[in-house]
Design a protein around this ligand. Structure first.
Ligand code: EPU
Length: 411
């Protein structure tokens, strides 16, 4: 399957659904209790489906009805089956919860997008600080022992490591102080769900959290937060194709770094849970942009910006500081469309051009969405191959964009 993209003009309203990276973290936390945890607004995308299959294979009972997912019951195995764990990076998010509740886990090294080395040293050194014994094998890790509260400073504010350690510290004996934790909206949502499950977390949303361990956590009903990357993808599509688009059911506050870049070039109106963008002409260059942890410019929006920069009237310099392989592939693909993108190490210097259609290959989820955005701005038809990468994180991207006027077909 591939997308055929031929531009169009975007007009209308497009709602955003629940965030992949929030849903995966919340699903990882369901292991902390045998009670039922219900997630509303849970996206039906392949990464979430595979995470549910992983939990099911380990013993959880899983139901889905529309956008509502329910997970309940005990694990009957603490060995994560490779056939699911290897499919997505999010499988690593059962590490902290499984060790806390069952005191052991064998986890094949997780898969996901080929965007960089993605080591797990912070997750594992954090668990070691809690007293867990960690054994490293070439393609898996094994953890055992009953964790205890401890003081631990993350050497980098890793999203996944923060999520694993929050889960682990919630269900242990003793108090933990975790510092330099990530504060991405998906992490804060997890902290809130843990509190709803009975965890005692002080400093929700702060860089340092104190977690007073409890003996038992219970079920909860929780809403997955809106996907800020999907919202940004829709907005970037409107800028690339031109038009007047209102993205609804989103959280504009989570999009601030992205909206600040668009504001000098387009009309951006911010509502409590929507953003309207009116883009009538080519944007200028976006200056110098560096990816960094939240609230700064996110790496997951970098490929969207790279595409907008490629078709802008001006120069943009983008420094990718999180995932080393996230620039080069898309830079080469955009080159096929006539873009001028010079990559040196982790820096891309982009001189905007009018792009033309080309045959493009998505190599990862966010990069694939970036190629769709570039194709929407181009003169003529583009074919985007590799859409299975895009479908890991987007529900019906082609259909949704088509609903507001994009000329994009699934073939
Ligand atoms: N890092 C380490 N050691 C660790 C963990 C991370 O060196 O133990 C490094 C990574 O190599 C990277 C940086 O720290 O350079 C940040 O990685 P982080 O751990 O924060 O990322 P992650 O938890 O693996 C999540 C999202 C990613 C998103 C990043 C950054 C999920 C399932 N994935 O990954 O989302 O890019 O945070 O915000 O939540 C995507 O959705 O396409 C995606 C890749």
């Amino acid at each position: 399957m591939e997308y055929i993209v031929s531009g169009g003009r975007l007009q209308g309203e497009l709602p955003v659904y629940g965030a992949k990276n929030c849903a995966l973290a919340l699903l990882g936390a369901t292991v902390l209790t045998e009670d039922e945890v219900i997630l509303n607004n849970c996206p039906d995308i392949s990464d979430v489906r595979n995470m549910l299959l992983l939990l099911q294979a380990m013993g959880k009972k899983v139901w889905r009805c529309g956008d509502r997912v329910s997970v309940a019951g005990e694990l009957h195995s603490t060995c994560a089956p490779r056939r699911y764990a290897a499919l997505l990076r999010g499988s690593a998010l059962i590490l902290g919860s499984t060790v806390a509740k069952y005191h052991k886990i064998a986890l094949p090294l997780p898969g996901g997008c080929a965007i960089g080395a993605r080591p797990m040293d912070i997750h594992l050194s954090g668990l070691e600080a809690l007293g867990v014994k960690v054994l490293h094998f070439p393609d898996m890790v094994s953890c055992s022992g009953r964790p205890k509260g401890a003081v631990f400073k993350l050497r980098f504010a890793s999203v996944g490591a923060t999520e694993n350690l929050l889960c682990a510290c919630s269900l242990v004996e003793g108090t933990s102080v975790l510092s330099n934790v990530a504060i991405e909206p998906e992490v804060v949502a997890l902290e809130r769900m843990l509190v709803d499950m009975g965890a005692r977390i002080e400093g929700v949303g702060d860089r340092t959290v104190t977690v007073k361990g409890v003996r038992k956590l219970h079920g909860a009903i929780f809403d997955v937060i809106p996907d800020r990357i999907v919202a940004a993808t829709y907005l970037a599509s409107a800028v690339a194709a031109k038009g007047d688009l209102t993205v609804t059911n989103c959280c504009p506050q989570h999009l601030q770094a992205f909206l600040q870049l668009l504001q000098p070039h387009c009309s951006v109106k911010i509502y409590p849970d929507a953003v309207r963008i009116v883009a009538e002409k080519r944007t200028g260059g976006f200056g110098k942009v560096q990816t960094a942890p939240y609230p700064l410019f996110p790496t997951d929006m970098q490929s969207l910006l790279l595409s907008l920069a490629a078709c802008a009237d001006g120069t943009t310099v983008i420094e990718e500081n999180l995932f080393e392989n996230r620039l080069a592939h898309n830079a080469a693909e955009l080159g096929k469309m006539g873009a001028d993108v010079q990559v040196s190490g982790n820096v891309a210097t982009v001189s905007g051009r009018n792009l033309h259609g080309a045959e493009l290959f998505a190599a990862d989820l966010r990069g694939g969405a970036g190629l769709v955005v570039a194709a929407l701005s181009a003169e003529g038809d583009s074919v985007v191959h590799g859409i299975e990468h895009i479908e890991r994180g987007y529900m019906d991207l082609a259909q949704n964009l088509r609903n507001v006027g994009a000329k994009i077909q699934l073939r």
